[in-house]
Design a protein around this ligand. Structure first.
Ligand SMILES: NC(=O)c1ccc[n+]([C@@H]2O[C@H](COP(=O)([O-])OP(=O)(O)OC[C@H]3O[C@@H](n4cnc5c(N)ncnc54)[C@H](OP(=O)(O)O)[C@@H]3O)[C@@H](O)[C@H]2O)c1
Length: 329
């Protein structure tokens, strides 16, 4: 038996229950990992509340356990596993859900070997968020020197890494945040202009900063509260990248809303950019390379015992956190 945070019903942070679970032995093509750190991601709150629906969750798969990112030591391997062995230190991000546990079973082909220089706590802080920054900046819309970009929630887990990486690509970065402390962090992470969108009209400020031209791309993870404003901030033929909904799901957009400025709109996910093992490993390798070269300075700003995951959820949802949050088993 191992300890895990289980969910029996959808709801607030209080639905997370600290319990003993039996996870079994790894089957064909699987490994068993003893987690050293688990990444907290906003998506965990979507599944907990039912904003995103996983098949049969919360009742059956992996015993109703949340979590899409962790790092730890391989302690058993199933038949047919050739490139992962007992003792390896690996991370994972994405499917299957079920990381909020001391030990878990994973498909070996989702395991990412960690470079020895990267501590598992740092890995669990950066894999999902760093790989998200990578596909957003290098694939979804390719940021080049001279581009001006808008990044909402610039002091958040993804936002912090997105700004650091975009700076190294030569972009001018406009970041939005909700507090003075977050503004200071966003400036350190490379934002040339920081807007407190709780106090200022961010559309008016972006218009002013860009002399009425608008930004090349808006990276919008806030959703409902910012979506329409982000569209308004785009230049002619600009790109709207709507990749999250921390404030709620944006209202449906009629195609006609894109016509006046001939805009592009995409709603991407990391999972669809890391479908094959080759894509997964190439994306992770680029994140590690950017950490090693100093472009990415991962902010592990908050750690909580895994047994206090409910508190971590509440803090993330009430905008108290900055940078990455990890849960320690
Ligand atoms: N599509 C993908 O593949 C993908 C992958 C990873 C993450 N994401 C998305 O990226 C976003 C960031 O994820 P994260 O884990 O790094 O979280 P995070 O950015 O650390 O936390 C969310 C931030 O959103 C801002 N926010 C604005 N309005 C909010 C509201 N009403 N409630 C809560 N937060 C609000 C807050 O920053 P301020 O206080 O500064 O406003 C808050 O700190 C999430 O929307 C997530 O779903 C998407």
């Amino acid at each position: 038996m191992v300890k895990a945070m289980r969910v029996y019903e959808l709801g607030g942070p209080e639905v997370l229950k600290w319990e003993d679970v039996e996870i079994g032995e790894p089957g064909e093509g699987q490994i068993r990992v003893k987690n050293k750190a688990i990444g907290l991601n906003f998506i965990d709150t979507y599944f907990r509340k039912g904003v995103y629906k996983a098949p049969n969750f919360p009742f059956t798969p992996v015993f109703g356990i949340l979590g899409v990112e962790a790092a730890g030591e391989v302690i058993a391997v199933g038949n047919g596993v050739t490139d992962v062995k007992v003792g390896d230190i690996v991370g994972y991000s994405g499917n299957p859900m079920g990381a909020y546990t001391e030990e878990q079973i994973l498909p070996a082909d989702r395991a990412i070997h960690l470079p020895p220089s990267i501590d598992p706590i740092v890995a669990a802080s950066v894999l999902s968020k760093g790989m998200t920054a990578r596909f957003l900046l290098r694939q979804c819309f390719k940021v080049e020197p001279g581009h001006t970009i808008l990044v909402h929630a610039a002091a958040g887990g993804v936002g912090s890494l997105l700004c650091q990486w975009a700076k190294s690509l030569g972009a001018t970065i406009i970041g939005t945040v909700s507090t003075k402390e977050k503004a200071a962090q966003a400036t350190e992470d490379g934002c040339h202009h920081v807007i407190n969108y709780k106090e200022e009209d961010f559309v008016a400020r972006v218009t002013e900063i860009t002399s009425g031209k608008g930004v090349d791309v808006a990276y919008d993870s806030v959703g409902k509260d910012t979506f329409q404003g982000s569209l308004a901030c785009l230049k002619i033929r600009g790109y709207m990248v709507s990749f999250g909904q921390s404030s709620g799901t944006p209202n449906p957009v009629p195609l006609s809303a894109l016509a006046p400025k001939c805009l592009y709109l995409t709603r991407p996910s990391l999972m669809m950019y890391t479908v094959t093992r080759e894509e997964l490993l190439a994306t992770a390798a680029d994140v590690f390379a950017n950490m090693e070269s100093g472009v990415l300075r991962v902010r592990v700003n908050h750690t909580y015992p895994l047994s206090e995951a409910a508190k971590a959820h509440a803090d993330l949802e009430s905008r108290k956190t900055t940078g990455s949050v990890v849960l320690i088993p």
